[in-house]
Design a binder for this molecule. Structure first.
Ligand SMILES: Cc1ncc(C[n+]2csc(CCOP(=O)(O)OP(=O)(O)O)c2C)c(N)n1
Length: 304
């Protein structure tokens, strides 16, 4: 695999993704939940393998955001992975860009590029940098990494789409520690003022940031009330419950207000020795830990 390769659509994966979408649309709630859980389980295993091989990554936050990304890309966003710049596509901005491995892996399940490229993650000249670049990775809407930029960009994108009369929606996925950046609140204020109902923010509320709990660093609560005070609709859900996420994101729009979904998650979700442990923010599993993590994820079948 050439590390400097240009990433091209994977047509077989695109066909599978389209079939999955049709299946999800037809399935009853139990069938939908099972299919999303199976997909998320596979993504988690790939995340662990990719980080272990590369020797770097943000393991805990990747595992906490996996169910959010899985639900959005498999069941919500209107996209054409064969034509990543289709003008009417929905826009997903992963503001917590350090969790690029979860994003890259999810993009491969839609067929934006072949999964075998994941083995080049973070290698010199690979398009798959530690933080995602919109210039080199199809499906990445905004280059992120410096926290606090995704929501301001998302507000601009949503305003631009509205000016063009587009029905496309804009979804920004944020970390909870990231919300300590003041730029988010300037953006939230503008979105509320402009009644940007096509904009959805999803907060990966795992309660941990880089070296500590958010509550010990700069407490965010009452978080839902803060969004409401800025003119947003705010709901709280279990961020590992695919159907709860789906319901929250697809509920009919309140025409006057953007929506914030506070997704309660567990950092390191799915691997017991990583769960809710601050050191797994960017620790890399060694060979034995990788074996144990993959075994646990395979065994759970993500059915918890
Ligand atoms: C502006 C900025 N400051 C610091 C960092 C370094 N950094 C990377 S991840 C992180 C913690 C983020 O916490 P959170 O948003 O809660 O992410 P999660 O726990 O979901 O990984 C920090 C401080 C950064 N990427 N950008």
């Amino acid at each position: 695999m050439s590390t400097g390769a240009e990433l091209r659509p994977d047509h077989q994966a695109i066909a599978e993704w389209r079939r999955l979408r049709e299946r999800l649309a037809r399935a009853d709630r139990a069938g939908r939940a099972a299919a999303l859980a199976a997909l998320a389980g596979g993504i988690r295993r790939t995340v662990i393998g990719t980080i272990a091989d590369a020797g770097l990554g943000h393991t805990g936050g990747d595992l906490s955001v996996t169910d959010i990304l899985t639900t959005l890309y498999a069941a919500v966003l209107r996209l054409d992975p064969a034509d990543p710049s289709w003008p009417e596509r929905d826009r997903l901005i992963l503001s917590k860009g350090h969790c690029s491995v979860a994003l890259y892996t999810t993009l491969t399940t839609c067929g934006f590029f072949p999964a075998e490229h994941l083995s080049t993650f973070a290698a010199p000249l690979s398009p798959l940098n530690g933080h995602p670049s919109r210039r080199s990775v199809p499906g990445v809407e905004t280059s992120t990494g410096p926290l606090g930029h995704g929501l301001p960009v998302g507000v601009g994108v949503a305003i631009g789409l509205r000016l063009r009369g587009s029905a496309a929606r804009t979804v920004v996925v944020l970390g909870d520690g990231e919300l300590q950046e003041g730029s988010n609140w300037e953006a939230a204020m503008t979105a509320g003022h402009r009644r940007l109902s096509s904009l959805t923010a999803i907060v990966d509320r795992n309660g941990l940031q880089q070296g500590a709990r958010t509550s010990d660093t700069n407490d965010l609560e009452p978080l839902a009330d803060k969004w409401r005070a800025f003119g947003w609709e705010a709901v709280e859900v279990d961020g590992h419950d695919h159907l709860a996420l789906l319901d929250a994101v697809t509920a009919p729009r309140d025409e006057g207000r953007p929506r914030c979904v506070i997704a309660r998650t567990v950092k390191g979700r799915g691997v017991s020795f990583m769960e809710d442990r601050v050191e797994w923010h960017h620790r890399v599993p060694d060979a034995e830990q990788t074996r144990a993590a993959l075994a646990e994820l395979a065994e759970s079948g993500d059915a918890r």
